[in-house]
Design a protein around this ligand. Structure first.
Ligand SMILES: *Cc1c(COP(=O)(O)O)cnc(C)c1O
Length: 405
């Protein structure tokens, strides 16, 4: 239990307990009345009501919040990435550049879309190595999918310039970047399509869910149909009539829609987002400053154009740590009640590219591998108190000193 529910007196004398970093915030009470209405009417399918279904309202609100023309809510961010690639109408077997530091669901979405992921090196600051990106961006590349892993933004100015030079579309995997800005613009609106997640460990929690945004009416129309707007359900999506006539019955239906209960849980959380983003960043920077005071730990800084919206913290073990020491550090954090994972040292980690055996022959990526072997990951939800943050920082610092003196 976090200590913030305790009275000041009991708090002063209470033994310090590790904060729970896994529980989400409660769903705002304002969702309850609409959930009750859905339960009592059974109106769960997004296309039953003639208008004003919760999923449609969410799409309108989300598009407006991000400043995008179209939004399509679906079952997950992975489904949104899959539909985005399908909506680009790439040829079968198209090669798609993706960073080698991401979640296994991202190369999986590429494979699912009949494309071939081409993995690009990621540096010790968790961002795409631009020299490798440029070297691998040859004429065989038909799309670029930038995964802003753990909310870290790569050099989008350079990436966009190269995509424009090659005339290749850019998809943003902004699953973990809701609220992040690049030169003051919303991440997820820089490329052709941006995809976000509502899975429980992201900024907005519906258990599962995803949404894609685009300004391109053809991409929006194609994605809407393929998401499962069969027959004339597309009429319940605003503003795309001409494009739909073009695609009706020409595209497969992958049926990966969002249902009304999910949208009802999400909508009242949109108003909470500015607070979560503000507190998440303040929490992150507070703990980062404390960890950076230790000679064997380093939290890489944000890039200059980037305003982050973190709900987790990544830091590197710097110097000549051995694998055994890194594992001992992980255990020492755990013994103090704080879960810290070295990405490359936990078995079967879905964020370590060498575990993506479904891709077949995996390239060797020494830079990304070196980063994964010393990069630590810990959750830092926006709701944590200053005491919680100090507990986490103290635990990590003392664990580092125990192992490295
Ligand atoms: C969570 C996450 C995903 C997958 O999102 P789902 O909604 O669970 O499919 C993809 N990419 C990144 C960077 C993520 O953090």
């Amino acid at each position: 239990m976090a200590p913030d529910g305790q009275s000041p007196a009991s708090h002063a004398y209470a033994p310090r307990t590790a904060p729970n970093c896994y529980d989400a915030e409660p769903i705002p009470a304002s969702a309850r009345a609409e959930i009750e209405r859905l339960l009592s009417t059974g109106d769960l399918f997004r296309y039953t009501a003639p208008e004003g279904a919760p999923v449609a309202l969410l799409e309108a609100e989300f598009a407006e919040m991000l400043g995008a023309r179209y939004a399509l809510a679906v079952a997950s961010c992975s489904a949104a990435l899959f539909l985005s690639l399908k909506a680009l109408d790439l040829s079968r077997g198209a090669r798609v550049l993706i960073p080698a530091f991401t979640f296994a669901a991202v190369p999986s979405a590429v494979v699912h879309a009949d494309c071939v992921p081409v993995l690009v090196e990621v540096g010790s600051n968790y961002r795409i190595d631009m020299a490798d990106f440029e070297a691998k961006f040859d004429d065989s590349i038909q799309a670029v999918l930038i995964s802003h892993m753990r909310g870290h933004t790569s050099d989008m100015d350079a990436i966009i310039a190269l995509c424009e030079k090659h005339g290749v579309p850019l998809i943003e995997d902004a699953a973990h970047s809701l609220g992040t800005l690049w030169h003051g613009r919303n991440i997820g609106t820089l490329g052709k399509v941006g995809c976000f997640s509502f899975q429980s460990y992201k900024m907005i929690n519906a258990g599962e869910g995803g949404i894609m945004v685009t300004d391109d009416p053809e991409i929006a129309a194609r994605a809407v149909i393929m998401s499962g707007a069969y027959e004339h359900n597309w009429k319940k999506h605003p503003g795309l009539q001409n494009s739909y006539h073009l695609w009706q019955n020409k595209l497969p239906l992958y049926n990966t829609r969002m249902q009304n209960l999910s949208a009802t849980v999400i909508r009242p959380q949109l108003a909470e987002l500015p607070r979560r983003v503000r507190d998440g960043l303040a929490n992150h920077d507070y703990v980062a400053d404390r960890l950076n005071g230790h000679p064997a730990l380093d939290v890489p800084p944000a890039l200059a154009p980037e305003t982050r919206a973190p709900d987790s913290l990544q830091f590197n073990l710097t110097g000549d740590w051995t694998d055994a020491e890194a594992l001992a550090f992980q255990d020492a954090c755990k013994a103090r009640g704080v879960s810290v994972q070295v990405f490359g040292l936990s078995q079967d980690n879905a964020r370590a590219f060498w575990n993506w055996q479904f891709l077949g022959d995996l390239p060797e990526l020494p830079q990304t591998r070196a980063m994964l072997m010393r990069a630590c990951d810990t959750r830092l939800p926006a709701r944590l108190t200053r005491d919680d943050l100090d507990y986490i920082a103290d635990a990590i610092l003392s664990a580092a000193s125990e192992i490295r003196g």
